[in-house]
Design a protein around this ligand. Structure first.
Ligand code: TXA
Ligand code: MG
Length: 370
C-alpha cells in the first residue's frame, strides 16, 4: 500500500499560481512516482515517460495488461520532436488545429521512449492536453508524461477525482483534484504512422472535424472500432481488443428509433423485474419521458440515470461514465441503455456504449415498421 496524498486545485487560477501548488506533484513525477491529474477529457494517471520503472508502476497500479500501450502527454511542440522520429505534414496540420486538446496522434517513436510505454510497438501515441492543470503539471515536471486514464483496468474512465480515489487510492502517490473533467470521454486516437490516416478511437475531436483537414481519414467499423462490429481495430490498436468502459452489471444496448427503443426497454424492464432483478436504466430525458408514459410505475422499482437531452450530445458525453459508475454503486443486476446518433461526439458515445455492451446489442424496429 502507498499513502496516497490528495489535494484540490482550482483550474481557473492563473497558471503561475497553479505551478506553485504543483511543484510537489512535479517532483514526485521526476522521482519516478505516480500522480493522477485532471485533463479536459478524463483523469489521467501520470508517470515519467522516459523511465521504464516508473511506467511499469502504472501497469501495476491499474492492473493493466502489458500489451496495451500508453499515451505520452506533452506541453509544447518542441517536446513532440523529442518523442517522435519525424513529424509529417498531416501531424502538423492537426496539431495546429486541435492542440492543445482532445486529440492523440500515433507516430514512429524515438529510441528514448522505453518499450514499456509503447508495449513493444515502433510507434508512440502523443497528446498535448489543454486542461490548465495538466499543462502546468507537465511544464513543471519538465519531462513527457505517460498517462492512461486513471481507472482500474476495465472500469469506466474517471471523470471526477472521487472516481480515481475509488479505483486507485493506496496504489498511487498523489491525486490532484481539479473538479470535473470537461468532455467526459477520452481523446480521439488518430494513427498517422501509416499511409492512410485512421481513427483508432473516436473521442473529443470528431471525425467530421478531422475530415475537414484530412479528407482521406478512415474509421474502423460502424461505431469507430470495437470487438463487436467485426472491425480490424485490434490489429491496429492493441487497446481495442481489451474489455473497456464497462460497468460491472451486464449492459444491454438498444439500437433504433428512440420510440422503438423506449417500448422495448419498457418491455425488457418488466420481464427483468418479474424475475426479481434490480434494473438500471441509462437513458436520456427524452427517453425517460417516453418510458414514464408507457409504464407509469417503472421508476418506482428501477434505478434511472439520466444522461441528458438527446439534442445535447456533449452533455451526454460528459455524464456517461459517471452514470455507469452510479448504476454500479446502486447495485443493479442489469443495465438497459439507450443509443444515440453517431454524429459529432455521438460516435464516441456509441463507441463506448457498444464496447460496454459487448455482444448485448438489441436492434429494435423503426417506428411504424415491425
Ligand atoms: O483522453 C485520453 O486520451 C486519456 C487522457 C488521460 O489523456 N488517456 C487515455 O489513455 O485514454 P488510455 O491508456 O486509457 O488509452 C490509450 C489508447 C489505448 O486504446 C491504446 O491502445 C491506444 O491509445 N494506443 C496507445 N499507443 C498506441 C500505439 N502506439 N498504437 C496504437 N494505439 C495506441
Ligand atoms: Mg483507458
Amino acid at each position: 500500500m502507498t499513502d496516497t496524498s490528495r489535494f484540490v486545485v482550482d483550474p481557473s487560477w492563473p497558471s503561475d499560481v497553479l505551478e506553485t501548488s504543483l511543484v510537489e506533484a512535479a517532483s514526485i513525477l521526476r522521482e519516478g512516482g505516480l500522480v493522477a491529474f485532471p485533463t479536459e477529457t478524463v483523469y489521467g494517471l501520470g508517470a515519467n515517460a522516459l523511465c521504464e520503472q516508473a511506467v511499469a508502476r502504472i501497469f501495476e497500479a491499474k492492473g493493466r495488461p502489458g500489451d496495451n500501450p500508453l499515451i505520452v502527454h506533452i506541453a509544447s511542440m518542441q517536446e513532440l520532436s523529442s518523442v517522435v522520429r519525424s513529424v509529417p505534414p498531416s501531424a502538423l496540420l492537426v496539431a495546429q488545429a486541435f492542440w492543445p486538446g482532445p486529440l492523440t496522434v500515433i507516430l514512429p517513436k524515438q529510441e528514448r521512449i522505453p518499450r514499456a510505454v509503447t508495449a513493444g510497438l515502433d510507434t508512440v501515441a502523443v497528446r498535448m492536453p489543454s486542461h490548465p492543470v495538466a499543462s502546468a503539471l507537465i511544464r513543471a515536471a519538465g519531462i513527457p508524461i505517460a498517462a492512461p486514464s486513471a481507472n482500474a483496468s476495465g472500469r469506466p474512465s474517471p471523470t471526477l477525482a472521487s472516481h480515481v480515489w475509488h479505483d486507485l487510492a493506496g496504489r498511487i502517490d498523489m491525486l490532484i483534484d481539479g473538479g470535473p473533467a470537461g468532455i467526459g470521454l477520452e481523446s480521439t486516437v488518430l494513427d498517422l504512422a501509416s499511409d492512410t490516416p485512421m481513427v483508432l478511437r473516436p473521442g473529443g475531436v470528431s471525425v467530421e472535424q478531422l475530415r475537414a483537414l484530412l479528407p482521406d481519414v478512415r474509421t474502423l467499423g460502424e461505431y469507430g472500432g470495437s470487438e463487436s462490429d467485426g472491425s480490424e481495430g485490434s490489429a491496429r490498436s492493441p487497446g481495442l481488443k481489451h474489455r473497456h468502459y464497462s460497468p460491472r452489471a451486464p449492459l444491454w444496448l438498444f439500437i433504433g428509433d428512440v420510440h422503438a427503443q423506449a417500448s422495448r426497454i419498457a418491455e425488457e424492464a418488466g420481464v427483468a423485474r418479474e424475475k426479481g432483478q434490480r434494473v438500471g436504466l441509462l437513458v436520456s430525458e427524452d427517453c425517460a419521458r417516453l418510458l414514464a408514459h408507457l409504464t407509469p410505475d417503472l421508476h418506482d422499482s428501477t434505478t434511472t440515470e439520466i444522461t441528458g437531452l438527446r439534442d445535447d450530445l456533449s452533455a451526454i458525453a460528459s455524464s456517461l461514465f459517471q452514470s455507469m459508475r452510479d448504476l454500479d454503486a446502486a447495485g443493479v443486476d442489469l443495465i438497459l441503455a439507450e443509443s444515440y446518433p453517431t454524429i459529432g461526439i455521438g460516435l464516441a458515445i456509441m463507441n463506448r456504449l457498444v464496447r460496454a455492451a459487448g455482444d448485448r446489442l438489441v436492434f429494435v424496429a423503426e417506428r411504424g415498421r415491425k
